[in-house]
Design a protein around this ligand. Structure first.
Ligand code: MEV
Length: 435
């Protein structure tokens, strides 16, 4: 870092001054920068406030895939992703599987969790004996914070004292379970946990034992195995004859099951397989303003719940019936946070009929299963590159600054040819005729 980049008080500058500083420091043209960095519409005013040091907005494609039949109801799902083939794959899966009985979904549980982590010297028996009275105090002190959540039917479900000393010396937890209704609930949970940490400290102090306790932290957990959804597709294998051209349903289902089984036992494949699932989940999470980092972290931990990282989906073939199932923790919100502020997330929610959080869990998991299915069918069928490169052709053409006419001509030319950057370059060099 050069010293000119070591600026103090950057966050206090207004946006134009931030842009001027960038232009000066990196020898950029202020006018050009301002032209594409500054947006002044009503959406910009809202988006500006969501983060710190905002100088611009970074547009991503917002696409929709209609025709998802889920528990016999039709949905159009919104997706935000930069990966060109994802929405096309989702739309294709929606069409295929909605004609084969549709997607099935059930929300298994919606409990969220958080912990107060603390260390205790030689005093566990005393705390265990007094835990009922401490618990009462914890619940009383947290009441002002949980009151409005209680009114909505949610709140604190349980507080447990966990002895973790076999894993780490003197380490204990207050493990707290929450019902946050339609909110993702991070702020509610963290406020309650911080209050509980203070109450715990005060309780030890009142009993002249504060020297024996050290609270380390109070924070929600993004591992939510009790906030979980199951989705699946199933159909008789002969219905899948020719879904991959020239391939019988029996062969396709065997290959699909083998592909999922490989991802159950081989970590290299499992990670990529699950990445394909998150292609759909993350894109819908972004479109609805949900925290995709939390979703990813929790999902990957769940994939390793038995000590080995595995596929999140499972395939079975029983009595000629093929079934692909996905069970995944998804801690989501449909009220509060970005979901209630950003005009586009509000639009996304409208598009889906303003689902409750427990229902959005189902829709998001279906998006995960749909993108998993599309990827697997391509992989065991014609291979992934044919479809990928077809979608990627447009990106290559844009990067090579092709004109609209050249783009159109290239799409026709490459319809049945292998697409590569070198091939597209050569095509453009010879394509004056299309100009
Ligand atoms: C690419 O974004 C996703 C895939 O790699 C998923 C998979 O391999 O299952 C195609």
């Amino acid at each position: 870092m050069t010293s000119s980049q070591n600026i103090k008080g950057f966050s206090k500058l207004n946006r134009q001054d931030k842009i001027n500083w960038l232009a000066r420091t990196f020898q950029l043209d202020t006018e050009v920068l301002s032209n594409w960095l500054v947006q002044d519409d009503s959406m910009a005013l809202i988006v500006d406030q969501l983060s710190e040091n905002t100088i611009a907005h970074f547009p991503f494609p917002y696409g929709v895939a209609p025709g998802f039949k889920i528990n016999n109801k039709w949905y159009t799902l919104p997706f935000v992703t930069e990966e060109s083939s994802v929405v096309a794959a989702l739309a294709k899966a929606a069409k295929t599987w909605s004609n084969l009985g549709g997607f099935h979904a059930e929300t298994i549980a919606t409990d969220k969790e958080g912990q107060v982590h603390f260390f205790l010297q030689d005093d566990y028996q005393w705390l265990k004996l007094n835990f009922d009275s401490l618990k009462e105090k914890l619940l009383t002190d947290v009441q002002p914070l949980s009151e409005s959540m209680n009114k909505r039917g949610g709140g604190i479900i349980d507080i447990r004292l966990l002895d973790k000393t076999t894993q780490l010396e003197n380490y204990f937890q207050l493990a707290v379970t929450f019902d946050t209704r339609d909110a993702m609930g991070a702020n509610f949970i963290n406020s309650c946990l911080e209050q509980m940490a203070s109450t715990l400290q005060a309780y030890f102090q009142t009993n002249s034992r504060s020297h024996l306790l050290e609270v380390n932290m109070a924070i929600l957990s993004n591992y939510t195995p009790n906030c979980k959804v199951r989705v699946w597709v199933e159909c008789s294998i002969d219905k899948l004859n020719d879904l991959v051209k020239g391939m019988s349903g029996e062969t396709l289902c065997r290959k699909l099951k083998n592909a999922v089984d490989i991802a159950q036992v081989d970590v290299s494949r499992a990670v990529t397989h699950n990445k394909g699932i998150f292609n759909g989940i993350d894109a819908l999470a972004l479109a609805t303003g949900n925290d995709w980092r939390a979703i990813e972290a929790g999902g990957h931990a769940y994939a390793a719940k038995d000590g080995k990282y595995r596929s999140l989906s499972k395939a079975t073939i029983t009595n000629n019936l093929f079934r692909l199932e996905l069970e995944i923790p998804l801690a989501l919100g449909t009220v509060g946070g970005v979901t209630s502020i950003h005009p586009m997330t509000k639009f996304s929610m409208q598009l889906m009929g303003n689902p409750a959080a427990a229902q959005l869990m189902q829709l998001m998991a279906v998006a995960g299963l749909a993108s998993n299915l599309s990827a697997l069918i391509a992989l065991v069928g014609t291979g992934i590159q044919k479809g990928h490169m077809k979608m990627h052709l447009n990106n290559i053409l844009t990067e090579l600054k092709a004109t609209d006419n050249q783009k159109q001509a290239a799409k026709v030319y490459f319809e049945n040819k292998t697409i590569s950057v070198a091939g597209v370059k050569a095509f453009l060099q010879n394509s004056n005729a299309y100009e």
